[in-house]
Design a protein. Sequence first.
Length: 532
Amino acid sequence: MSISGSSGVTGDAAVPAGRNYLLPLTYAAVCLVLFCAVYYPTYRIMISFWEGDDYNHCYIIPLVSLFILREKRAEFAAVETRHSWSGGGMLAVGVALYWLGELGGEFYTMYLSSWCVLVGMVWMYTGWNKMKTIGFPLLFLITMFPFPGFVSNNLTLQLKLLSSRLGVFILQMCGMSAYREGNVIDLGFTRLQVVDACSGLRYTLPLIVLGILVAYYYRTVFWKRLLLVLFSIPLSIITNSLRIASVGILYRFWGPGVAEGFFHDFSGWFIFMVSLALLLGFRQLLKRLFPDCPQEPAEPPREALPVLAGRQRGAGYALLLAIPALVLLGGTAALSTTVDYREKTPLKRPFADFPRQVGEWSGGRQTLEKIYLDQLGLSDYLLMDFHGAAGGNVNFYVAYYESQRGGTASHSPASCLPGSGWEFKTSGLVDVALRDGGNIRVERAVMDKNDQQLLVYYWFPQRGRILHNLMELKLYAFWDAIVSRRTDGALVRIITPVDRAGGLAGAEARLQSFTKAVLPLMDHYLPGRSGK
């Protein structure tokens, strides 16, 4: 017998509509609380990066994504909700990335983890068809994550060097005498240093973000959109080089005021607006050169379809689907806040006790400036210049970290030395013979700067292992954090000049001799595999 009334429905459909939203809202609220419990420390670090000039554009990215989601709300509602276990795979990947980043000391992995967890939960509850309708605003959120430290440092360095080269080229084309030494431009009457603030990273990243948005609203074939995004990269580099060249040109007339203060900030803003205008102009050029073929009008949005009880299995099935997300997030939140996986391991002895005499080598202690100490976040360090009895000088540097985390981990010399003008010419691994008959394999690099050369040995002693690259550092830090609750490690770097008398062979013999002499001493300072 039917139930009469204005609704004209029977059975479960007669339940007040407001109750249909009780379960998803409860599920969303609980997941949000657990999500915040897990990722609050990570997002606090992320927002601290946003406060810097390179990433301050990231503040608006979540707002832009929300705006696009609002635009798509009708299309999203018109697609049938189909709960799916497939999103559980993305959720599991997100949790795995969280622990890889948490124990390996890399925040970018944890940023990606939060995105995967968010997408996985939405996918599980709404289904793939609904996910496709909001795919762009979800993908766009990835652009708000700051790059890993070693990627950001290398990118900044390469952009500085490239902008310096192009700036010098432009100055020379304008008839000025300009000479580049690393990221320092010598104009004869003054020297301009292209610092991190002028690297172009703070123009390149937001311009790429804008390029993505312009391409999204540019209704055309994919290759044109991709070309528009790619165009933003050389555009930002070239316009930043023009800015550097303009400083060199105006410096002669207006003095140092053009390189700092109001003019410096205004020129940066002006160059960015010019870049945006050129980006929009390039889009118009694509429209003229490659006009789109007329397309048939798209089908009107479908009306919202009823949920099929046979496919959805009711509210009980949705609750069952929510259990894995709640268990994974709840377990991760509990473990991350109650278990200490970063036990700090101190040096066996402080580097202040390191001897000034190492075999036939006599040394003098040096100190790092506070600005570098603040950036590196060292637990302890050793910096000494040694002179051999047979002649020749060696610079010896050791950086130690009791616990390596995102932003406080070993830095490769490959990303530090080129900033002062030194360029890697060759690199690879070389064996150093030890006194006990064994050998150790270390990274070897030859650095060039004008008519000078340096020979560099470096390696990463990490809890009894000798590692050679940053990827190994992250993976072993993750493993050791689980197995032995340790993430300590060090960087050892030894440098000697290549003189004309002995050449590269003489420098090689000098580093081999010093490394062989100093390695036994390091065992008295750096913790081994057992932590002692």
